[in-house]
Design a protein around this ligand. Structure first.
Ligand code: ATP
Length: 608
């Protein structure tokens, strides 16, 4: 799929990765094109779409149908904990079909051709006394019932993050885990937490609340930054809690709190929640965190950045949460900047830092391509790209909610089946948009950052960064919506002089993942070397090196840490990875033959 799309993109009007808009095509043909210069003029003529690329003819028909129907939880397949023993519920074929689908149902993500390649990714676990990783799903160490559920989900072998997280949590340790997008981090926390919970049962509750209001005492709390991600984790939890005593529950803003509270009354042992709604439930006396044995922060770097940190701190340190050391705290993300790692210490005790591949690196299952496109040419370039796409779903990222609406309207006018998801839409609209996209009823989803993290949508074959984000970590999460579970995908970014703050990060990401570095990016890097020094932060020209490992090891000359272990010394990412720097062999791959970049006639390349 990715290869086909790549081939078709060769036919686009792109010279040296610079998009040539329709108005400039005739003039530039035969002389290498105008490289991102000041073309001026109006937005291109979209009629060219048909003549250059044979029109838009793809778009999968039909709907795959949702997974709805199975209520928030229901009493089906429910087990219990009686006299210190786990009593699994009876099997129920109807519920199993709802939860696990069938092997040929494309609305369930199945692992792709590159799944086995995950085994080649180097894993580093640092901290004291790191437990030995498992290599297979077996019982022991996993609980028997959990193993059955994993088999029903058709997972035949653990991903690297799962191989390590299962014994780490079983050993009672805290964990900060960093693994590539789409490499199974959700299972990485659900499997060990559920396995241990199935074995040890609930903690005795003290206070049941008042006569009028029952209070929930979850054993495990998972916090996630967006409503959609919370729902997705809850859906996964329902699968792996099947027939057990653990009743999963979900709570997020934008939906009636009364309904969620009623669901909690039917059992709330594993609560998945967004921070805002969780605070609300605590304030209303509906939830007590005093029984929490497992606290999980998914997308932990996002949860601890400036947007959420005060809320998280209030929940974890201000409410009646089991204190650090008495609970186990697990943090997961594909990116973990050093400053956030530093902050996270407050929530962890003697933790193990796990990195699968280079922290913040992208999956090699994703073919990345960066095109130079001026702002006024973006719509035209997008139409060309979409026309070259044949199958699958395309996720288009923009920076603002307004732009998301505008672009969606534009695409619908062009007869594309497009919908939008962003923070100004109501929760019902967001859910409808996501459901339409997942079912294939809409093949294009225009999204703001709200869809950047965690979402696992089968058949997303192409991610387009119509607007690049300001932070390179956001880019990593966005493109990670494709190329998941060993499947392949394409990521295309429109780059121009508004994106200078991301040049170095982007350059490093492409080089690390052995991707083509366009000439204009090489040139921009060279220019950046002269203008470095005044910029800080994680994006821009600051190096990403500060976020590529356990921050506790930084400054430790030989990089060793107690019982640090290296599971594999096979490198992925080839020589680009091993040399690490820029200006090496791989850096010069794809370098433009004519030097200057983005700068039109002057040939000067120091435009910032
Ligand atoms: N052991 C496994 N075998 C096969 N498929 C798996 C396995 N573990 C997870 N998956 C599938 O891989 C896909 C990606 O997993 P998941 O959503 O947990 O990734 P992630 O690492 O959390 O990604 P992100 O960084 O985007 O949040 C899911 O569809 C999941 O069902």
């Amino acid at each position: 799929m990715a290869d086909n799309l790549s081939d078709q993109m060769q036919n686009m009007n792109i010279k040296d990765n610079v998009y040539v808009p329709p108005r400039s095509r005739g003039a530039n043909r035969g002389r290498g094109g105008n490289r991102g210069g000041s073309f001026g003029g109006n937005f291109g003529n979209n009629d060219n779409r048909g003549s250059f690329f044979g029109g838009f003819n793809n778009r999968r028909g039909g709907s795959r149908g949702g997974r709805g129907g199975f209520g928030n939880r229901g009493g089906f397949g429910r087990g219990s904990w009686v006299d210190g023993k786990h009593v699994p519920g009876a099997r129920n074929p109807k519920v199993e079909l709802e939860l696990f689908g069938t092997a040929d149902d494309s609305s369930f993500q199945s692992s792709g051709i590159n799944f086995d390649n995950y085994d080649d990714i180097p894993v580093e676990a640092s901290g004291e006394n790191v437990p030995e990783a498992i290599t297979e799903f077996t019982s022991p160490p996993l609980d028997e019932l959990l193993l059955e559920n994993i088999q029903l989900a058709r997972f035949t072998k653990p991903t690297p993050v799962q191989k390590y997280s299962i014994p780490i949590v079983a050993a009672g340790r805290d964990l900060m885990a960093c693994a590539q997008t789409g490499s199974g981090k959700t299972g990485g926390f659900l499997f060990p937490v559920l396995s241990e919970s199935f074995k040890t049962g609930p903690t005795a509750t003290h206070d049941q609340g008042s006569y009028y209001q029952k209070k929930a005492f979850p054993t495990a709390v998972v916090m996630a930054p967006t409503r959609e991600l919370a729902t997705q984790i809850f859906d996964e939890a329902k699968k792996f809690c099947y027939r057990s005593w653990v009743q999963p529950c979900v709570a997020y803003g934008g939906a009636p709190i009364g309904n969620q509270m009623r669901e909690m009354d039917r059992g709330c042992d594993l609560l998945v929640a967004t921070p805002g709604r969780l605070s609300d439930l605590i304030d209303r006396g509906k939830i007590s965190l005093s029984n929490v044995k497992y606290l999980v922060l998914d997308e932990a770097d996002r949860m601890l950045d400036m947007g959420f940190e005060p809320q998280i701190r209030a929940i974890v340190e201000g409410a009646d949460m089991t204190p650090v050391g008495e609970r186990q705290t697990l943090m997961f993300s594909a990116t973990f900047p050093a400053d956030i790692q530093h902050l996270a210490r407050d929530f962890l005790a003697d933790y193990i830092f796990l990195s699968v591949g280079r922290v913040g690196s992208t999956s090699e299952n994703i073919t990345q391509r960066v095109l130079y496109v001026e702002n006024q040419d973006k719509k035209s370039a997008l139409l060309d790209l979409l026309s070259a796409s044949e199958d699958g779903l395309t996720l288009i990222f923009v920076e603002t909610k307004r732009m998301a609406d505008q672009l969606t309207d534009f695409l619908i006018m062009q007869n594309f089946r497009a919908t939008a998801i962003h923070g100004d839409r109501t929760q019902a609209e967001r859910e409808r948009a996501l459901a339409a996209f997942k079912s294939g009823a809409a093949t294009l989803l225009v999204a703001t950052a709200v869809a950047a993290r965690g979402l696992d949508i089968p058949n997303v074959t192409h991610v387009i960064n119509y607007d690049l984000p300001g932070d390179i970590d956001d880019y990593v999460h966005r493109i990670g919506r494709t190329g998941r579970a060993g499947n392949t995908g394409i990521a295309t970014a429109f780059f121009n002089r508004d994106n200078t703050n991301i040049v170095k990060g982007l350059y490093e990401i492409l080089t690390e993942a052995n991707q083509e570095v366009p000439g204009f990016l090489n040139d921009a890097m060279a220019d950046a070397a002269f203008s470095r020094g005044g910029r800080g932060g994680r994006s821009g020209f600051s190096s990403r090196n500060n976020s590529n490992r356990d921050y506790r090891k930084q400054g430790n000359g030989n990089g060793s840490w107690g019982s640090s272990r290296q599971s594999s010394n096979r490198s992925f990412g080839g020589n680009a990875r091993s040399s690490g720097g820029w200006g090496n062999d791989s850096a010069s791959r794809g370098q433009s033959s004519n030097g200057g970049w983005g700068a039109p006639s002057s040939g000067a390349s120091s435009w910032w």
